[in-house]
Design a protein around this ligand. Sequence first.
Ligand SMILES: [Zn+2]
Length: 282
Amino acid sequence: MKTKIVYSEKCLGYGTWHIEGPQRVKTAHDILKAKGYESLVPTPANDNDLLTVHDAEYIWKVKKGLVEDTDTPAYDNIYEYARLSVGGALLASKINGLSLMRPPGHHVGRNGAALGVYTRGFCYFNNIAIAVKELNKRTLILDIDGHHGNGTQEVFQNDEKVFYISLHQSPNYPGTGAFTEGNCINFALPTNYGGQQYLETLDKALSMVNLDRFDVVAVSCGFDTHLGDLASLGLTGKDYREIGKRVARLKKSVFFVLEGGYVGENVGLDIDALLRGYEETL
Ligand SMILES: [Zn+2]
């Protein structure tokens, strides 16, 4: 297995009562470790990294614990956890790895909640957006989390270097992403859409972008599309393996960043399936 996992146990230190809790990531890491995946430990991002995407005032508010909503608590030291998760995405982007860190990031925009949505959906800093900004290469972001990445869309809307593709469940939080807008290609799909139809839709979405325009593919990999999870599209392990094959066929430099997925065992097995499909097709 070539793809390395980026992981630090430090990310387990907050939010035990929350659905976005430590167990989801710990269990996934235990599974991947048992399967022989190698892990690298990230270092925290600094404010200059965060400023590539977020406004200084928003960063300061997270640091001081001044920003909180019904989904996204102002935990003690959340700034430290959040910037370590950004560091995970930055490291993954440098080694073509997969960041298995929390908190997730794709719902948070420049100043917090994005595109008129009222909460940040368990996110503090937009991990993948910061990694894409720092790489500063022509990038296709493929967001396979079951929720629309409204934060990522807000950050990159009209950006000439970046395209964003999202397949997500609708109706569901955050309620954005109903339409394709310019460089943001959105497919809003019904609950338990099914693996076969999902893969056909993914093929269609990928056919809508000119691959010559990109050097990098950044995958926002959430696994809450798994059958029975928070934004179920009825996917199972074999479907993630097929997604991995499709990512490999793009023949670009690829990295992966964890978003959602709330059943740790599924997250671990689905990551393995995704990476198997990816590696066997390279
Ligand atoms: Zn999600």
